[in-house]
Design a binder for this molecule. Structure first.
Ligand code: HEM
Length: 403
């Protein structure tokens, strides 16, 4: 059903009514497929692999420092996810504003940003609930008291408003240092485009700011979840860890710098990452509306226009026909020596980054970040899992680790 639900002209449902209280729509919140195409076109180059590759040296520098600090600045077993979030926030800082937020450099939750952002009724988890309940969503977006109570403002001390304030501060900082020249970040790409094309609704300040916020919200906890999953699951399984380390050592023997070209070519590393995406898939839904121009039939039932349909990565990831058996186990082997038929089915029903015209724009960044991070961790460190349920681990630099 994925091709039917997510056909290229499908519109998003009211679930996407923005609960972010921004002055503008974004590529993510545009519900109508035509408006979405224009929005996506304006961002395509900034998110392209060529552009992400131009930022790779800066991203790699943060990854290297992050790995070193995990081994040198953490004395006791630590909660891996919290530290991975520092990395993913810094990488988004580079991608969106041309420089990291500074978590890895300062090795702390700067300005208690992450702790404060996760609290209150305007944290991401609550905003998703608001969108799920139409009455609450109407209250939040159409009434003054609802907006005040439920939506985030940059002046808030807690909740998503904290991230808006950080976005605004990074925006101001970007213009202060602009004279010194900036990287090919999302902000500079969009400003350059505006200079060339002239200001339109898609490239006004409010719109650009809203897109920057989406990059922060869409690209941090999501990527952190997958990186944490690969590291914990591989480290926990001795044979898996040994196989990955051997592959990495062999790749290093041929010399050369760590690069996405190299990491992406490693088949067992790829298998571990694919399996982590499958194993840790989230139940988040991505609803679309059946419109009057097409008929959709599901299990023999004709669905009328207006019907809302959705799938989720979790549902797809637990499909035996596509992924085989033991779906509650982490088994990278299921990605090795696949038949052509299996490969085709997995490609066709790949839902990790969504489906159809609105697949994840950040996918290229995610790939470079995850492949290079997992490679660096297993190249340079020994990882010990202390408590998997709590995600507690410790790390030690290998004797032979060169930095
Ligand atoms: C492992 C990490 C990630 C996963 C699993 C993921 C997943 C997804 C999914 C499933 C969608 C489709 C949503 C829908 O249909 O409504 C999506 C859209 C999107 N993602 Fe990601 N994402 C990740 C990381 C990122 C990153 C790092 C960024 C930005 C730097 C990003 C930016 C976006 C944007 C802008 C969209 C909207 C695209 C559109 O509507 O055309 N994502 N993502």
């Amino acid at each position: 059903m994925l091709p039917e639900i997510y056909n290229m002209k499908a519109n998003k449902s009211d679930f996407y009514n923005s609960s972010l209280n921004e002055a503008s729509q974004t590529v993510f919140s545009e519900k109508h497929n035509v408006a979405h195409i224009a929005a996506r076109r304006s961002l395509a180059h900034a998110y392209s692999m060529a552009n992400v590759k131009s930022m790779e040296p800066q991203i790699q520098e943060v990854i290297d420092k992050w790995v070193t600090r995990l081994c040198t600045h953490e004395e006791k077993p630590f909660a891996l996810y919290d530290r991975v979030l520092w990395l993913t926030f810094d990488v988004i800082g580079i991608m969106a504003f041309g420089e990291p937020f500074g978590f890895v450099e300062e090795w702390r939750d700067i300005r208690a940003m992450l702790e404060r952002a996760s609290k209150s009724t305007t944290s991401g988890a609550y905003l998703e609930i608001i969108n799920l309940i139409p009455m609450l969503s109407r209250l939040a977006t159409r009434t003054r008291i609802g907006r005040w109570l439920l939506l985030p403002f940059p002046t808030d001390k807690v909740g998503t408003g904290v991230l808006k304030a950080e976005r605004d501060a990074a925006w101001a900082k970007y213009f202060e240092r602009k004279q010194a020249g900036s990287a090919q970040c999302l902000l500079s790409q969009l400003l350059d485009k505006r200079t060339k094309l002239g200001q339109d609704a898609l490239l006004g300040d409010d719109r650009i700011k809203a897109e920057l916020l989406i990059a922060i919200l869409a690209g941090t906890t999501t990527t952190a979840t997958i990186i944490t999953s690969v590291l914990l699951n591989v480290a926990e399984r001795e044979e898996c860890c040994a196989q990955l380390s051997n592959e990495i050592t062999a790749a290093q023997e041929s010399g050369g710098k760590v690069s996405y070209e190299l990491t992406r070519s490693l088949s067992y590393l790829g298998a571990c990452i694919q399996e982590a995406f499958r194993f840790s898939a989230a139940p988040t839904q991505f609803p679309r509306v059946v419109d009057s121009s097409r008929e959709v039939e599901l299990y023999g039932v004709r669905l009328p226009p207006g019907t809302i349909l959705s799938s989720s990565s979790l549902i797809v990831a637990r499909n035996e026909a596509i992924y085989g058996s033991q779906l509650d186990d982490f088994l990278p082997e299921r990605w090795i020596n696949m038949s052509e038929e299996t490969k085709k089915a997995r490609r066709k029903y790949d839902f990790r980054f969504g489906y159809g015209a609105r697949t994840c724009l950040g996918k290229n960044l995610v790939e470079v970040e995850i492949y290079n991070t997992v490679f660096e961790v297993f190249r340079r460190t020994e990882v010990r899992v202390h408590n998997k349920a709590k995600g507690l681990i410790s790390m030690q630099l290998r004797q032979s680790s060169c930095m």
